[in-house]
Design a protein around this ligand. Sequence first.
Ligand code: ZN
Length: 211
Amino acid sequence: MFSYEKLLLENKAWAAEKIAEDPNYFKRLSQIQTPEFLWIGCSDSRVPANEITGTQPGEIFVHRNVANLVINTDVNLLSVLDFAVNHLKVKHVIVCGHYGCGGIKAATTKTDFKYVLNMWLRGIKDVYRIHRRELDEIKDEEQKCDRLVELNVQEQLQNLAKTSIIQRAWKQEQRPDLHGWVYGLKDGLIKPVLEMKAGTPIDPLYEYDGL
Ligand SMILES: [Zn+2]
């Protein structure tokens, strides 16, 4: 059997199990989607949003990319954000990084990852530059990367607050709250590192009029 065939087989078993527990499970899920949370996480296969938060399908709207970045020209992420905030009306947006993140580690090296990856990792190098003084003080490489993971999450939360999507929702509907979390691959625990309640003041340079 090919490895991907096993996935399809497991899927059949999973679906049967769900129906055995609750015959209306899929019917109910297919009719309505009202998640309270948008999750922006890392693509890393070891950080599955539902599993580590004990949530079910339908509870979290998910976007994932390498090192959970919020880039202001990323049409993919902004479309997800727009839909989650303006149509699903989520109450919370969570940016969840994780210790031991390969994307973060890669960005601290001088390795040329070629074309597109260099472009993507640049966003992380910029976070390093902003916090260079603090990070250069940390001599242990692993600790330095872990701190960069935390600072990166904080920076991405700021990037969310800089979008007119978030600012408009904050002004008109006093939601969503923004949460910056870091997941530990070694202990499975999530550590909150920053929270920005709806309406938190940001640098006026990034504020929009007339929302
Ligand atoms: Zn990662």
